[in-house]
Each structure stands twice: as structure tokens, then as C-alpha cells.
Design a binder for this molecule. Structure first.
Ligand SMILES: Cc1cc2nc3c(=O)[nH]c(=O)nc-3n(C[C@H](O)[C@H](O)[C@H](O)COP(=O)(O)OP(=O)(O)OC[C@H]3O[C@@H](n4cnc5c(N)ncnc54)[C@H](O)[C@@H]3O)c2cc1C
Ligand code: SF4
Length: 316
């Protein structure tokens, strides 16, 4: 690990300004992703700004009937919150499907959204990777692709976003609240928060340099059965091959978002009208234009069968 300096932030705006002014500075929250990447010298910040003391660790009711989740709320606390368990079950289920108890005790809401891909070539510093080193090439294309993306991919990158929590938040239409170095705040719909790789896979979100996440806001609860089903190679402590976050009403209508298939949580609202007609019809629209490899084409069938199982279970 390379040497770095460290400070504790005293306000969100001053933390944002410090990172905006220094391209080699980064925020640190739970550190469960950033420190791993620093040990491997994939991330090499020279200055860390610890945001844990900013008091952004509360879950509060909003005037509109939703919830405002502070950026520093730990994944464990979010999953266990009575209101989240009762009204946003898909979110609790997604959170507890991720990582391990110990990691969830440290991992924060903002850090979880910003965790980096688990593409094996991103972690192998001997291999070209456009995300790690822009312009160096993509080792995954023509390489081992079982875990990688099938939709929204580009000729520069086929990585997936690894967060479970973000998939549930996409199904819930969450909004990411931020503040910039000049104090200007933004509310970014989660649909627009994560980017597709295109020609710039190293740019992963809509955040500007130094822009800090202060909270994630959930709209009022969405009625229906809330399900999160994650399919993976091991029963626990593994990232999704495919995951499905679904909210299904008694008449079969609802919402569905996928994890493990794209560079961002994947949702196509137009596909949801077909939920009463069955999983195959939904998946045709949801995965329209999918670009698979021999090794990962199974994800199309897996996603369809996972949704079919959910629709069967939630019938009536
Ligand atoms: C072994 C292992 C297994 C895992 N399995 C899963 C899994 O199955 N599913 C899953 O979803 N996740 C999994 N994870 C990932 C884990 O959920 C993330 O590491 C965690 O959520 C990151 O949160 P953090 O607070 O520790 O982030 P940090 O590591 O502190 O930060 C991550 C990034 O977010 C930035 N950041 C942090 N806070 C802010 C802020 N307020 N504003 C702007 N930027 C900010 C940091 O600068 C950094 O770039 C796993 C991790 C490990 C190590
Ligand atoms: S898929 Fe993306 S992260 Fe993986 S090697 Fe290619 S550019 Fe890097």
C-alpha cells in the first residue's frame, strides 16, 4: 500500500471542497472496498478524508411519506430498521443477501452504491483494463466472462455493478442526494446515478469530482409482495450471477430490476406492463439487445427462470 495522509471531515461541503481541489484525494466511509483496492494499488489516493463523523447516520421519515437514509447508515442498521423491514422489504432482503454480517456492520449506504466492479481483470494489475487504466484495453472481452455483463455493455467494458442494495433501490425509484464543493445540492434519480460503460468505463457515476453523497431518499412505499432473489455460485458470501428485485401486486402487475447483468442496476419500466403475461415476455423486453458470450448466455435463461419463480410464488 502506498503512503497517504488522513483527515476527519467536519462538514459535508468542506469535505467536498477538499476532494474537488485535490484529484488524488478520496472520501473514506466503512473502507471495506476502498482499503482493499488501495492494498492492491488499484486505487492510489494520496489523501483520505474520513466522512464518518458528519452525522449522516440517521434514517428519517420524509414529509412526502418516504424515508431519508443518511449516507453513513450502515448496511446492517438499514436492513434492520423496522420501517424498512415493514414497508421496503425488497431493500432489507437485498441488503442481507450481500457480503457478510461483519462487512455489513461497516459498509455504508453511500459506499455500497460506489463500490467498484468485481471483474477479475480489474483486480489483476498485470492485465489491461480500460476501467483501471483508460485506453489500455479490455481483457475480459475474449477472456473469462461467466460473471460479466450481458446488457448495456460496450466494446470497451463488459463489467457488472456488484451491489445488491442498489438493485432494490432501483426498483424502489430511490434518489441520491449530494452536495458539491460550492454547497450546491443535487437530487439524482438512481436510474441516472450509475452510468453505462460506453467509451469511458472509468467514469462510473453521475457524480462530479468532490461531490459527496449525503443521503438516499426513498419515495412512499410501493404496495405488493417485495422479493429479492440472488442466484450465485455459493450459498453465501458471493456476488450475484443474476439477482432479481421484484415488487408484485396481487393482480400480477409490479416492478422488476436485475442485478449481475449490467454496469448498473438494470430496469426497463416498459417491460413491467408484461408482468401479468409471464417472465418470458418480460425478459424479452428487459434484456432486449443483450450481447452474450458462450460463457454467460446462461444468464438470460437464469434471469427468466428466477423471475418466473417469483411470479409463481407471489400469485394471488
Ligand atoms: C468479501 C466481500 C464480499 C462482498 N460481498 C458483497 C455482496 O455480496 N453484495 C454487495 O452488494 N456488496 C458486497 N460487498 C461490498 C460491500 O458491500 C462494499 O464494500 C461496501 O458496501 C462499501 O461501503 P463502504 O462504506 O465500506 O465504502 P468505502 O470502501 O469506504 O468507499 C467506497 C467508495 O465510496 C466512496 N464514498 C464513500 N462514502 C462516500 C460519500 N458519502 N460520498 C461520496 N463518496 C463516498 C469512497 O471514496 C470509495 O470510492 C462485499 C465486500 C467484500 C470485501
Ligand atoms: S470488463 Fe471492464 S473492468 Fe473488466 S477488464 Fe474489461 S474494462 Fe476492465
Amino acid at each position: 500500500m502506498r503512503q497517504f495522509t488522513y483527515e476527519r471531515a467536519t462538514s459535508a461541503a468542506s469535505a467536498a471542497a477538499a476532494v474537488a481541489d485535490n484529484g488524488n484525494a478520496k472520501f473514506i466511509a466503512g473502507g471495506t472496498n476502498l482499503l482493499d483496492l488501495m492494498k492492491l494499488e488499484i486505487e492510489t489516493p494520496t489523501h483520505l478524508i474520513d466522512v464518518n463523523g458528519l452525522g449522516l447516520d440517521k434514517i428519517e421519515a420524509t414529509e412526502k411519506g418516504g424515508l431519508k437514509i443518511g449516507a453513513l447508515v450502515r448496511n446492517t442498521d438499514l436492513a434492520a430498521d423496522e420501517r424498512v423491514r415493514r414497508d421496503y422489504g425488497v431493500l432489507t432482503r437485498a441488503l442481507v443477501a450481500g457480503a457478510s454480517g461483519q462487512l455489513r456492520n461497516k459498509a455504508t449506504t453511500a459506499g455500497n452504491l460506489l463500490q467498484r466492479t468485481r471483474c477479475p481483470y480489474f483486480y489483476d494489475t498485470n492485465q489491461p483494463c480500460n476501467k483501471r487504466q483508460p485506453g489500455s484495453g479490455c481483457s475480459a472481452i475474449g477472456g473469462v466472462t461467466r460473471q460479466l455483463g450481458i446488457v448495456g455493455v460496450s466494446d470497451q467494458c463488459i463489467a457488472t455493478h456488484p451491489s445488491d442494495m442498489a438493485v432494490a433501490m432501483r426498483a424502489l425509484d430511490a434518489t441520491v442526494e449530494t452536495v458539491k464543493s460550492d454547497g450546491v445540492t443535487r437530487s439524482i434519480p438512481i436510474a441516472d446515478f450509475h452510468r453505462l460503460p460506453g467509451d469511458t468505463p472509468h467514469i462510473e457515476t453521475a457524480l462530479d469530482q468532490g461531490e459527496i453523497i449525503t443521503a438516499v431518499t426513498l419515495p412512499p412505499p410501493v404496495a405488493g409482495r417485495h422479493v429479492y432473489r440472488k442466484v450465485r455460485d455459493r450459498a453465501s458470501y458471493a456476488f450475484a450471477l443474476v439477482s432479481v428485485a421484484a415488487i408484485v401486486r396481487p393482480d400480477g402487475t409490479g416492478r422488476v430490476a436485475l442485478g449481475g447483468v449490467a454496469h448498473k442496476p438494470w430496469r426497463v419500466e416498459a417491460a413491467e406492463a408484461d408482468m401479468p403475461n409471464g417472465a418470458a415476455t418480460v425478459m424479452r423486453k428487459l434484456l432486449d439487445g443483450a450481447r452474450t458470450t458462450e460463457e454467460n448466455e446462461f444468464k438470460v435463461t437464469l434471469a427468466e427462470r428466477t423471475l418466473a419463480g417469483i411470479l409463481e410464488e407471489t400469485k394471488g
